[in-house]
Structure formats: C-alpha cells, structure tokens
Design a protein around this ligand. Structure first.
Ligand code: ATP
Length: 313
C-alpha cells in the first residue's frame, strides 16, 4: 500500500496507509469499530476506489488493473453470503461457473477445497443445516476455488463460539501451508491475532499505529501490567506519586498501570493506594492495543454482529 486513503467528506476513514505485506504470511489488521479495517480491505479487493494513493496486489495495481487484481484474490465477507437452500457443493459449483474454473478440473477442485475446510462429507447437505462455523468454512472454500494468491478474511470468526473459532484457525493455517496463499484478515479478537498472525498492523482512526510480530508488540511494552479496581479517580496523580509507574490510565473503569516488575512494585503500590481488587500479568496484545489507542478493543463487536445477522440463525 502506498499512501492509500479513503475520505468520506471530512472523515478520513483510511488515512495515508503505507505498508508491505509479505507473500505467504498471515497479516492481521486489528482495530476497534470504525478504525478503517473494512474500508482498507474493500479498497485492496477493488470494491471501493481510493480517494488517493494505491496498492499493488499480486503485482497488479488496484486502481489501474482492477480485473487482474480480482482474479488474484479471494474474499470472505463479514456477512454470510452462501445460499442456504442449496447444498455446499451446489454453492461452490455456481461460484466455479462465475469464476470460469475450467470444466475439466471443476469437480476435482470443488472436492479439493471442500476437503481442505473439512466439509467433504457434508457436501450434499443444504447449507441451512450447517453450523455458523461450517458456513464460514464453506465461504473460505468458495473464496479458494479459483486458486487466488491472496485471501481477504473480514472478521472470519466473529460470532463463532470459542471451539469453532479454534477449528477455523486450524483451517486458515492449512490453507496458508497447503495452498501457499497470503492471508490478510481483520479481527477484534486479540487471541486470534496473537495465535494466527505472523504480523499485525494495529489501525486506529485510519492510521497504522503499530506494525510488528505479536511477540515483539508485547515485548515492546516492557515490564508488566497491573490492573486495579479502586475508588481513586485521577490516574495521573497515581503516576506522579509512584515513580515506578510508567503509565497510568483508566480503561472501562479499571486502573491500568504499566510497571517494570509487578511482583516487586505491587506491594508498594497497595500501601499507597486503596484497592478493591488487584491483579497483574505480562502484557497481552490487548494491553498493547490499550496502550496505543487508549481504548479497549472489545467494543460490543459480537452484540452488533448478532443484531446485524440475527436473521441467519
Ligand atoms: P468494524 O470493526 O465496525 O467493521 P472497521 O474498522 O471495519 O469497523 P470501517 O467500516 O472501515 O471500519 O469504517 C471506517 C470509518 O468510515 C467509520 O467511521 C465509518 O463510519 C466510515 N464509513 C465507512 N463507510 C462509509 C460510507 N459509505 N460513507 C460514510 N462513512 C463511511
């Protein structure tokens, strides 16, 4: 991406993004609601025209060669888009016609991708009998039919239960290893980004505010994080009072303190401020996110999802 931007009036939904995503990596775009993730993916997938700047996908320019870009990519949208009165096989068959998958290899390719996502034995069942996770896997299979080089997964596990989410991760890893595709995914789930992505770009208000491997992002915070429930209201006063506190802020009513060594610092802290509850841990990706954006990432993503797509249940 080279200075890729999308403006809606005064709103900079995507604000001059410049970054490289490597071949065959799983790249995670992480951000809270409205950060600009979907807009970025839609521009890369040629569904939206950039206001300015451009990007090269599989060697093709998204502005000047959109048809070539489209034949290089597969995309799984946030909203379910398979036809639930058709079987899994029939859904893929229609898609193979739309994507001109040659007749001679059509059946073999459909079975190959169904096998890859673990749905071969359900191929003749109607999609309405599939679980949410199975549906999402079918959509991944559909996105893979024409052997794309790049797969875009927009919130691939939103609304899925933890077990289906882990199954989904296994299939994403499989498609990276076996089909050698590059995966670009958006997610709200820190654990998902941590476990699945080689690198993560944290996006806030249309800008990339951090870009690195999950391990390096966490190590970058240094030290530990102490979380305290307290009646104290002034985070800055705590930081001023205790020199070992590197940063103090309230997130969702909890006082979060970055310190060098929580085991050593917590007892001293508890002597100076009154706490109802206290805990500490090594930094998680969520702590990195809070540090960079001042917000918790879990902004009711699932509630919204359930409201938007309740009719599919
Ligand atoms: P979510 O996690 O909720 O899907 P996101 O990070 O994908 O959020 P985007 O959908 O890319 O966010 O939206 C980025 C910003 O652009 C938001 O403020 C959104 O309201 C705004 N936006 C998106 N599409 C339009 C549009 N067609 N017209 C005006 N504003 C838009």
């Amino acid at each position: 991406m080279e200075s890729l931007a999308k403006h809606y009036g005064n709103l900079k939904a995507v604000d001059d993004l410049t970054l490289d995503i490597e071949e065959n990596e799983v790249f995670g775009l992480l951000g809270s609601n409205g950060a600009g993730k979907t807009t970025t993916i839609h521009m890369l997938a040629t569904l939206l025209k950039p206001t300015s700047g451009t990007a090269i996908v599989n060697g093709y320019d998204i502005v000047r060669q959109p048809a070539k870009v489209r034949s290089s990519i597969g995309i799984v949208f946030q909203a379910p888009s398979s036809d639930d009165i058709l079987t899994g096989y029939e859904n893929l068959y229609i898609h193979s016609l739309l994507y001109s998958v040659p007749r001679s290899i059509r059946k073999k390719r459909i079975e190959e991708v169904l096998e890859l996502v673990g749905l071969l034995d359900r191929k003749n069942d109607r999609v309405r009998t599939y679980s949410g996770g199975m549906r999402r896997r079918l959509e991944i299979a559909r996105g893979l039919l024409h052997k794309p080089r790049v797969m875009f997964l927009d919130e691939p596990t939103l609304g899925l239960d933890p077990a289906s989410r882990e199954t989904m991760w296994q299939y994403v890893r499989r498609l990276v290893n076996e089909e050698k595709v590059t995966v670009i995914l958006t997610t709200h789930y820190m654990e998902e980004a941590d476990k699945l992505c080689n690198r993560i770009g944290i996006i806030d208000k249309g800008k990339i505010v951090a870009l690195d491997t999950p391990a390096k992002l966490k190590a970058g915070l240094g030290g530990d994080v102490i979380k305290i429930k307290t009646k104290i209201k002034d985070a800055d006063a705590v930081a001023r009072k205790l020199s070992f506190v590197k940063k103090a802020e309230f997130v969702d009513g909890v006082l979060m303190l970055q310190v060098h060594n929580a085991k050593r610092d917590l007892p001293i802290l508890l002597q100076s401020i009154e706490a109802e509850q206290a805990e500490f841990s090594s930094p998680t990706l969520n702590d990195v996110f809070i540090h960079l954006t001042g917000r918790n990432i879990r902004e009711h993503a699932e509630d919204e999802f359930m409201k938007r797509y309740a009719k599919y249940d």
